[in-house]
Design a protein around this ligand. Structure first.
Ligand SMILES: [Fe+2]
Ligand SMILES: [Fe+2]
Ligand SMILES: [Fe+2]
Length: 326
C-alpha cells in the first residue's frame, strides 16, 4: 500500500480514498476467506471490546462485513467528488495455519490504521473526509485488538499449529462441488457489480437502495455457499491464487476489477442475463443434491435470485417508459 501524505486538492483526496478502497475490497474478501477456512465454534476468545466469549470465526466474518461498509463509504464519497471508484484490490493471502492468517489480519489492520491516521490534510480543506477517515480508523483499531486477542487465545490453548480446512482433491473433482465453486464466484462477482451501481447511482437514492439490497443478498449467498462447500468436503477458493511450496496461496486479482455498465440503462441491461445465468446454475446444482439441509439452502438462494430477476426486469422496463432518463 502506497502512502499519500499531502492532501491539498480534490485529486489528492480521491487518490487517498482509492488507495484505501483497494485495501478495503481486499480485506472484505480476505477475512471472509480466512473465516470460512477455519472450523465453526471451535476457537473461542475473550473479546477485548465486547467483553464476551466469542467465536473467532464468527467475529472474523463480522469484521469482513465492517470492511464492506468501509468500501461503500469510500466509494460513495469518491463518486460524489467526481472520481471513479477503483475495483482493483490489494493482495489476498491464505496461509495453511489459522494463526498465521490472524497474524496477517492484525498486521493489515495496524498498517491501514497508520495510513488513515497519518494522512496529512491541509487544514480546513476536507473536514468531512478527514472525519470519515478518522472514524474508519477506529474501527480498524478495534479490529486489530480483536485479531490480537484471537491469536493470544490460540497460543494459550496450545493450538497454534491448527490448520485451515485441507480439502481432499477428490472432492474438488465432483460435479456438484465444481458447480458450487462457479456459483460462489458468480455470487461474489454479482455482489461487487451491484455495489458498483450503488456507487454510480448514489444520488438516485431509490435506485441505489434497491441495488444495495440485492448486493447484500448476494453477499449472504456467497457467505452461505462457503459454508456449504465445507459440508461438501471442500473449502472456499482464493480466486486466481498461486500456491507456493509452503502451501501459501497468494492472489493479486481475487475479484474482477472491471464491471460493465456506465449509465442507468447499460448497468440495468447487464444484470438481467447475469441473474439468468446464475439461476440456471442453481437449478442444475439443486437437481444434483439429495434432499436435506443443503438442498433447502440452495433453494432459498435460487428463489431470492428469481425475485432479483423480477425486480431487474421491471427496473429496466420502467426506465424505458420514461423519455430522456439516462
Ligand atoms: Fe476497513
Ligand atoms: Fe479493519
Ligand atoms: Fe441475484
Amino acid at each position: 500500500m502506497k502512502k499519500n501524505k499531502q492532501i491539498k486538492t480534490t485529486e489528492d483526496a480521491i487518490k487517498l480514498l482509492n488507495i484505501a478502497l483497494e485495501h478495503e475490497w481486499a480485506v472484505t474478501l480476505e477475512y471472509t476467506i480466512h473465516a470460512y477456512s477455519m472450523p465453526k465454534g471451535k476457537f473461542f476468545y475473550e473479546d477485548p471490546i465486547m467483553k464476551n466469549k466469542t467465536d473467532a470465526r464468527a467475529q472474523t466474518i463480522q469484521i469482513g462485513i465492517d470492511e464492506m461498509y468501509h468500501s461503500l463509504q469510500l466509494g460513495i464519497i469518491i463518486t460524489q467528488m467526481g472520481g471513479i471508484p477503483s475495483f482493483k484490490t490489494d493482495e489476498v493471502i491464505r496461509y495453511p495455519r489459522i494463526i498465521d492468517n490472524l497474524r496477517r489480519d492484525k498486521e493489515t489492520e495496524d498498517m491501514v490504521t497508520q495510513l488513515y491516521q497519518s494522512a496529512d490534510f491541509k487544514e480546513g480543506a476536507f473536514p468531512k473526509i478527514q472525519n470519515m477517515i478518522l472514524n474508519i480508523s477506529y474501527d480498524e483499531v478495534r479490529h486489530s485488538k480483536q485479531f490480537d486477542a484471537m491469536m493470544e487465545a490460540m497460543k494459550k490453548e496450545g493450538v497454534e499449529d491448527a490448520l485451515c480446512f485441507q480439502p481432499d482433491s477428490e472432492n474438488r473433482d465432483k460435479e456438484e462441488v465444481k458447480l458450487l465453486h462457479e456459483i460462489t464466484h458468480a455470487e461474489n462477482e454479482l455482489m461487487h457489480r451491484y455495489l458498483k451501481y450503488v456507487l454510480l447511482f448514489s444520488e438516485h437514492q431509490d435506485l441505489s437502495q434497491r441495488l444495495f439490497k440485492n448486493a447484500i443478498d448476494h453477499m449472504r449467498h456467497w457467505d452461505k455457499n462457503s459454508g456449504i462447500l465445507i459440508k461438501m468436503g471442500d473449502v472456499i477458493q482464493v480466486e486466481n491464487a498461486k500456491k507456493d511450496a509452503d502451501g501459501v496461496e497468494k492472489s493479486r486479482s481475487p475479484m474482477p476489477s472491471l464491471y460493465a455498465g456506465e449509465d442507468r440503462r447499460s448497468a440495468l441491461e447487464t444484470l438481467i442475463p447475469a441473474e439468468e445465468v446464475l439461476l440456471a446454475k442453481y437449478e442444475k446444482l439443486i437437481s444434483l443434491v439429495p434432499d436435506g439441509e443443503i438442498k433447502d439452502q440452495l433453494q432459498l438462494h435460487f428463489s431470492l435470485n428469481r425475485e432479483h430477476l423480477f425486480t431487474q426486469e421491471w427496473l429496466l422496463k420502467n426506465l424505458q417508459k420514461i423519455k430522456g432518463l439516462k
